[in-house]
Design a protein around this ligand. Structure first.
Ligand SMILES: *[C@@H]1O[C@H](CO)[C@@H](O)[C@H](O)[C@H]1NC(C)=O
Ligand SMILES: *[C@@H]1O[C@H](CO)[C@@H](O)[C@H](O)[C@H]1NC(C)=O
Ligand SMILES: *[C@@H]1O[C@H](CO)[C@@H](O)[C@H](O)[C@H]1NC(C)=O
Length: 330
């Protein structure tokens, strides 16, 4: 009996493992990126660093925007790709002030911007509140990239055709955002989950909001040559889990095992982002949500125009956009 159960478990993991290996989307773009400039947030590690390497290998000039010193990653990219045109700049998405400083600096130093990859994100940040008075997870994953994108839109328009890529997640389906947007900015921590103090809903809410904002930004920019799309990059073993699970504990090792079975390599997880940032096939596609390099279904709330409009306007107010910084439909 025990043997049968064991066999079923082993077969289950094997099937999941093979399914995940065989269904990975691989981007087919071979577009040359010489003369193009890209910003990759969170480009110091994980999927972001892999995206930087792939774009760099095609000749793109890249600004690694990260809150930690990224000189070591920069040298690694230069060494591996032979592209010397890699810069690092400090950007802390948990601070609106840092984002404004970063954007102001880019506008002075960069004559053009062709690709903005909003990759940086955190898995969970417990009940921390930023100095802007916002839940840290929501600010780093959603409000920060929202503000950054708005501040760089003029430069993207000037450089058109250009592209914005937002990192959403499959967990955009796991949310409890209410239509009233109650607790949107400062959600309470979930107590039900087996993972103590899990912010699983908050994470999902940040990723659903990201998808909706990406759609709306794309709609408002229609006709300008700037596209905006979001994606689920795919679960991948990066250090997002160490920080999410508060270090190396039982949940971390369990997640590591599950990730080994289900998750993609970092190269595979970078494919959809690079596809959206470079592929000719999607040059005219905007306001879409992608999985494995293909358009995917959107969560129900993302198809509710009244809710999306309310979410967008609420966000514009929370991040403190001036009238002149708002994106208006042309
Ligand atoms: C470049 O990479 C090679 C092999 O990985 C290593 O031996 C070398 O020290 C690296 N060079 C620099 C400048 O980092
Ligand atoms: C979402 O879930 C969190 C955690 O369980 C809870 O505190 C919050 O009130 C919920 N929000 C809504 C709108 O139900
Ligand atoms: C995108 O639109 C342009 C202009 O209408 C057209 O020339 C081009 O073929 C389109 N690209 C794709 C992949 O459909």
């Amino acid at each position: 009996m025990l043997l049968v159960v064991l066999q079923i478990i082993v077969i289950f993991f094997l099937v999941v493992y093979l399914y995940n290996r065989l269904t990975c989307g691989v981007m087919e773009s071979i577009t040359c990126l010489a003369g193009k400039t890209a910003i990759v947030t969170g480009g110091n590690s994980g999927i972001g660093l892999q995206v930087v390497k792939i774009l760099a290998s095609r000749g793109c000039r890249i600004i690694i925007a990260d809150k930690v010193d990224s000189e070591k990653s920069k040298r690694e990219v230069i060494n591996e790709t032979g592209n010397p045109n890699i810069l690092t700049k400090h950007l802390d998405l948990s601070s609106f002030e840092s984002i404004r400083e970063f954007a102001a600096d880019i506008k002075i130093t960069e004559p053009k911007l062709d690709i903005l990859v909003n990759n940086a994100g955190v898995g969970a940040f417990y009940d921390q509140t930023t100095k802007d008075g916002i839940n840290a997870l929501m600010q780093i994953n959603y409000f920060g990239p929202f503000l950054l994108t708005h501040l760089l839109t003029d430069l993207l328009k000037k450089s058109s055709p250009s592209r914005i890529v937002f990192t959403s997640s499959c967990l955009a389906f796991t949310t409890n955002l209410s239509e009233s947007l109650e607790n949107f900015k400062n959600p309470e921590t979930s107590k039900w989950s087996i993972i103590p103090n899990s912010l699983i809903y908050t994470y999902g809410n940040s990723k659903l909001a990201t998808l909706i904002a990406s759609d709306e930004i794309g709609n408002r920019l229609k006709g300008t040559g700037v596209t905006s799309n979001s994606c689920h990059p795919g679960a991948c073993r990066t250090n997002i889990f160490v920080t999410s699970l508060k270090g190396y504990n039982f949940f971390f090792y369990f997640t590591e095992f599950w990730n080994f079975i289900t998750s993609k390599t970092v190269w595979n997880a970078a494919q959809t982002t690079v596809h959206l940032a470079t592929s000719k096939n999607v040059e005219n596609i905007t306001s879409n949500y992608f999985w494995d390099c293909k358009p995917f279904y959107k969560p129900f709330l993302a198809k509710n125009p009244a809710f999306c409009a309310k979410l967008f306007e609420t966000t514009e107010n929370i991040v403190g956009l001036k009238e002149s910084e708002k994106i208006v439909k042309s």
